[in-house]
Design a protein around this ligand. Sequence first.
Ligand code: SAH
Length: 393
Amino acid sequence: MGRRKNNQNSMSLNNAQHQATKICFNDDEEEENSNLDDSIVATEKAIAMDDVTMSDPNGSFVDGGDDDNTSADYYFDSYSHFGIHEEMLKDVVRTKTYQNVIFQNKFLFKDKIVLDVGAGTGILSLFCAKAGAAHVYAVECSHIANMAKEIVESNGYSNVITVLKGKIEDIELPVAKVDIIISEWMGYFLLFENMLNSVLYTRDKWLANDGIVLPDKASLYLTAIEDAEYKEDKIEFWNNVYGFDMTCIKKQAMGEPLVDTVDQNQIVTNCQLLKTMDISKMASGDTSFTVPFKLVAERDDYIHALVAYFDVSFTKCHKLMGFSTGPRSRATHWKQTVLYLEDVLTICQGEALTGSMTVAPNKKNPRDIDITIKYSLNGQRCVASRTQHYKMR
Ligand code: SAH
């Protein structure tokens, strides 16, 4: 989830996804899909889009008479519109990872009660039902729930999947406990939109003692990049717009993390793990944190921005599975999150950019995220130290 940001200005990214417009997915249960590097999944294989067989993509999305939504409904709830679900379903790194996790680990699902938090079109519920779950409760708060109901019916799963329209926080379940909670809750910068809180609420209310949460681990990473050209285009642009000074907007642009793809050749330093969250154990307060970082230059270069990205993993599978949204992995619709620095840092190989990152949900709107970066560089060519505030909204 978490695709509300409008990235008209993004670079080429997600070519694979755009090329995939006409593609539907087969049931190939054996296909590998993760984009994790070797350190996470040893047997990773690239997804060959050509291998994905075609079927009629139009059949599933029948207008179910739920067309009295106006643009206002979509403005306040973009998840009601099928477009956002189309983007997520076509993100094959995302969707095939969930499919492989479920189909290749049927022992987890067999005869189990599953709760799908934020079911969208119902895709994860369908995977679970197909894998042998005893019953799946698919909870979805937006109007797409009506489509999910139809999709469940037209695919013959009405006896296994119950779609419940409403917020997970408000819904009543006909069972006291569930064996599995599955959700695709991740937003930009992992935490944007704060849906993780709803999953933690669900876990505390309904998960059986020996139950599992899928995915159960999520990690945030940081690296630094050279990005002169794009910083010029996105930030310095405001210095002179058709001869006028619009630098007041430049200040705002600096404070807004940019969701975009980064070419791996832009990476100047190591990639540092900032924080790992254990979804099965963490408290909701754990989404606020301050963590130190030390980014060591792997070559002489300039640094214009820090870049954050995440990975998620499913450690309860019989082999570790998951995917990464990092710049060295196959692109996903989450892209990466670019935080531009006020200074252009000149760094020499071996020198370290050190500092800390503070992350917290915004007090006024907890779906937004406030990020503070403190950094300092004490190098041969450059000495700099600064605190910068960013707001993801
Ligand atoms: N599971 C689907 C959709 C993921 S997007 C898929 O994998 O394709 C996340 C979905 O969660 C959105 O459709 C959003 O409307 C829904 N959602 C977010 N918060 C929710 C909540 N508190 N209760 C119920 N649904 C929620």
